[in-house]
Design a protein around this ligand. Structure first.
Ligand code: PEP
Length: 253
């Protein structure tokens, strides 16, 4: 049985006191609410990770921390970069890799994504690998081949053991931050396709264990139906994750 994971990608939002207020609101809601059915991870900007870790630890929270990005190399003369070992040392357990915004605005290619995942795994962190198709790929009926290509060129570079330590997020690009959501049927279809592709390459044990999250305008209104699909094991939430009430509603959906 795969435990649901709800992960909140804060992106480059909120100033320091807003971020700290949101964390304390979430901890409060966690203590009052019913979060037993889901693991919860928040993914703030890297510069907030250490304080977030200390706050969560001191309050006895089970909320875990993720980083939005790490460098594709472990250390050295790479001004402005943050390494996987750095985010590991300050209490992070998961790292996003391959988010469509990183691919598009920072020109991250498959080779960089493979290197990033290697760095993340070397630190015993969990890579959360994002894949998703553009609207024209869906409209032309090429959504499955696009996703398969993304899996083949990154995830298939790793061993079954390594893949069993990964999480995948299916994030149709046309649904990210747009208010448009994949229908529960579309999400289920793609999640089943991803699971079958993983099964064919790595076998049943890996594919049965793999958590596949849906991302793309998930909100309190559509979360329950999306999360009820048999191959949807949780959500990667952008916009709704920086509102404590909305994020809690999704966790409890
Ligand atoms: C995301 O950026 O991963 C995401 C799913 O964003 P949103 O929920 O805002 O569509």
């Amino acid at each position: 049985m795969r435990k649901r994971l709800i992960a909140g990608n804060w992106k480059m939002n909120m100033h320091w006191n807003e971020a700290m207020t949101l964390i304390s609101e979430l901890v409060q809601k966690e203590s009052e609410g019913n979060w037993r059915n889901a693991d919860v991870t928040i993914i703030p900007p890297s510069i907030y990770l250490r304080s977030a870790f200390e706050f969560l630890k001191n309050s006895g929270s089970k909320i875990e921390l993720g980083a939005q990005n790490v460098a594709a190399t472990e250390n050295g003369a790479f001004t402005g970069e943050v390494s996987a070992s750095m985010v590991h040392q300050i209490g992070t357990s998961l790292v996003l890799v391959g988010h469509s915004e990183r691919r598009e605005y920072f020109a991250e290619n498959d080779e960089a994504l493979v290197n990033k995942i290697r760095c993340v795994l070397d630190q015993n962190l969990t890579p959360l690998f994002c894949c998703g198709e553009h609207l024209d790929h869906r409209n032309s009926g090429n959504h499955e081949s696009t996703i398969l290509h993304q899996l083949e060129s990154v995830v298939f570079e790793f061993t079954a053991d390594e893949v069993s330590n990964m999480i995948i997020a299916y994030e149709p690009i046309w649904a990210i931050g747009t208010g448009e959501t994949a229908s529960p049927q579309q999400a289920q279809e793609m999640h089943a396709f991803i699971r079958t592709s993983i099964q064919k390459k790595f076998g049943n044990e890996v594919s049965n264990k793999l958590r596949i999250l849906y991302g793309g305008s998930m909100n309190p209104e559509n979360a329950a139906e999306l999360l009820a699909q048999p191959d949807v094991d949780g959500g990667l939430i952008g916009g709704a994750s920086i509102d404590a009430n909305k994020f809690q509603a999704i966790i409890e959906a």
